[in-house]
Design a protein around this ligand. Structure first.
Ligand code: AQP
Length: 334
């Protein structure tokens, strides 16, 4: 089977964007691909974080992967900080990556504005660590959304530079992965503003539906979400981003086609559509929430999953790291 790799930062409660934009795609991809899926807890501290929540959030993300249908027969789930090769390779990449490659990263520029004077070196270095995460596992493809395309391009550039500087033409050191672009419609927008993405770090709780929200809370959030006064509901009208987003959510959660949803909702008003979206969301999340709770109540099992995951991940990661270190000319530890 070809291999893919992906991860999520344990920086807070996971929401419908994380599920529909990432995890649910992995569940489909695991039929065809061998998956390495991790919790990016080293990336989680590139912006100020809460040390009392980090470990718990990491377990929650692992439980969400499994509860959403990730099958441990097909996938290796591990914690980034448990596999030391990530930071070690990132250091080596730091030393061969030109600074200006990082300074032009859009995500850095956007996040740096929010951090002001306190922006950390880690935030600038975020995509270098990401390159190490990816290249250690020699994946064939990496599932990426729009926002991560530039980072994957950088990963490919770093791999190319290592191969060029230290490898031989016919024997590259690092495998250069291809992007696996996500299907359309998998960019979930904020419930408070249809032009901004749904995000864990948005201070407005009502802007997102978390995967662990109760039925009552889901109902409240959909009731309060932003809509518009136009009559009838439609996809793809740039003047109506909220309408497009809510129909997309309904389409993805009901697993209906876009055409079917467009036809079903064409004549509807918000008063009719909102209860339908509420019911659909609650029903779609119910089985995930039940399984999630079982997993969170069985810490010993989750620990065993992460221990196995670390062992499998380390075997692959350490072998790639050893290749890079040899190519860079390091002595073997005695
Ligand atoms: N709104 C979204 N729509 C579709 N996909 C999304 N993802 C995140 N938000 C949406 C995807 O989820 C994965 C997790 O990403 P991450 O935690 O590493 O960071 P992120 O993309 O920055 O996610 P958030 O939720 O917005 O977190 P914060 O607020 O902490 O930055 C990725 O595959 C991402 O594409």
């Amino acid at each position: 089977k070809p291999r893919i790799l992906s991860g999520i930062q344990p920086t807070g409660d996971l929401h419908l964007g994380n599920y529909l934009g990432a995890i649910r795609n992995w569940v489909e991809l695991q039929e065809t691909y061998q998956c390495f899926l991790f919790m990016a807890d080293l990336h989680a501290i590139t912006v100020p974080h809460d040390p009392t929540r980090l470990a718990e959030n990491t377990y929650q993300v692992a439980a969400t992967y499994i509860a959403s249908g990730i099958d441990l027969e097909n996938a290796t789930i591990f914690v980034q900080s448990h596999v030391k090769a990530h930071t070690e390779l990132a250091w080596m990449f730091n030393c061969i990556t030109p600074l200006n490659w990082l300074e032009r990263m859009i995500q850095f520029k956007e996040k740096a504005v929010k951090q002001g004077e306190n922006v950390s070196v880690g935030l600038l270095d975020y995509p270098v660590l990401q390159a190490a995460d990816i290249l250690l596992y020699e994946p064939d493809q990496v599932p990426v959304g729009e926002d991560q395309k530039q980072h994957l391009e950088l990963t490919r550039d770093i791999a190319g530079r290592v191969n060029h500087l230290f490898g031989k033409e016919d024997a590259p050191i690092l495998k250069v992965p291809q992007p696996l672009i996500r299907p359309d419609g998998a960019r979930v927008m904020s419930l408070a503003d249809g032009t901004r993405k749904m995000s864990k770090s948005d201070p407005a709780e009502l802007s997102r539906i978390n995967l662990t929200d109760s039925a009552d809370l889901i109902k409240k959030k959909i009731k309060k979400c932003k809509t518009d006064p136009a009559r009838g509901l439609e996809f793809d009208n740039p003047e109506r981003p909220e309408c497009h987003n809510l129909l997309t959510l309904y389409m993805l959660l009901s697993s209906k086609t876009k055409e079917a949803v467009a036809a079903e909702c064409r004549e509807m008003g918000w008063g009719q559509f909102k209860p339908l979206l509420t019911e659909t969301t609650i029903e779609a999340l119910r089985p995930i929430q039940t399984k999630y709770q079982e997993l969170m109540d069985d810490r010993a099992y989750l620990e065993s999953v992460l221990r196995d995951g670390r062992e499998k991940a380390e075997t692959v990661a350490n072998s790639t790291l050893a290749k890079v270190k040899a190519a860079l000319g390091y002595s073997t530890p005695l």
